[in-house]
Design a protein around this ligand. Sequence first.
Ligand SMILES: [Zn+2]
Length: 391
Amino acid sequence: MRSSNILAIVGSILAITTTSTVLAQGEAENIAVPRKPEWTAQVNLAAVPNLPVRPIGSGVCENPVCDGTDNDRCFESCGNKPNSDDIYGCPKPKQWALTFDDGPSNYTAELLDMLDQANVKATFCVMGAHVRKYPEIVKRAYDAGHHIASHTYSHPHLMSLSNDEIIAEMKATEEAIVDAIGVKPSYMRPPFGEADDRVKGLMKAMGYKILLWNADPTDYNIYKEANVAAKIKATFVHALGGDDTGLNAHEDPGFISLQHDLYTQSIDQVPAIISLLRGSQYQLMTAAECLGDASPYQKDHGNSDSGAAALPSDTNINAASLPQATSSEPSASAQASSPQASVGIAEVTPNAPVASVHLPTSAAISLSFTPFTIGASCLLSFLLSLSSTML
Ligand SMILES: [Zn+2]
């Protein structure tokens, strides 16, 4: 983190800082989410459904009854109802958008080298905390013509957060991205693919489109397994072969695949994946490009140029017969059995227990109350520790 960022945080007297803990592979990554009181006032909440905050439940349930008690128990099954605005795949045949989540990381430069070599542009759904850590990597990606989208600041289960907390996740990420590349994204990918109508309403109020996916090699879950290369590539092979990916809520003929630039084992497959897709006459492009969106950045913040080539717009989405099941980005249930690894950086295992708060001090104080109740003394203690450890 740059000293200017520290000073900006410390200098904002009224800023409230919350933290959430993202479990890392090998060690916990404590992420402090900056918060400013004015952020919520900037968002028009009039059209945001007044739905209750949902506790982090047990994930996906079979045949849930989503009008009663199953709502909370079957967290993902009942919360993630696809709607016509959600983006799952590319709208035209023979289009494929590679997307990479949770970065940037210290592997992303290697991935950018691979993409440069193949002359492929991709979409990066970046975490604000990681943008603060590697702003130069985001700049390189943006300058090269890749598409930058938001993936929140600390990778929480958004449905479990209050409106204020969700807004802070997005606004803090916006600031980090604007500081790095000068523009504000207009696409966001909710962590775990989790977004109910309240979350979606908030995203729309903040100018975001919900970017999901319809091909998922579950690299987060198999990156350490034997034959990981074959297993990751199998997802692409099956999709090319016309198999149902189970994620194609809108029956899109083109694909948006999900990988994570946190796993070198997944990145290593990218050249072979590109060859495979091109061998099947697929055109590789960013998600924004396949959606015909030449300016995937919000216009209220400086330069709105995207670096993305303009393509004919064809974003009609067949909203008929939308299935209930949605994502398979690392779910709580999947992550529970995911092996831990010790990889260079603090990597994200996207199963953040946002109910607990860990201050990023060496003592790693754990507080059991909600982030909103952090007192002034704790805040001061945190800021001092942050300044001393980060500068
Ligand atoms: Zn993620």
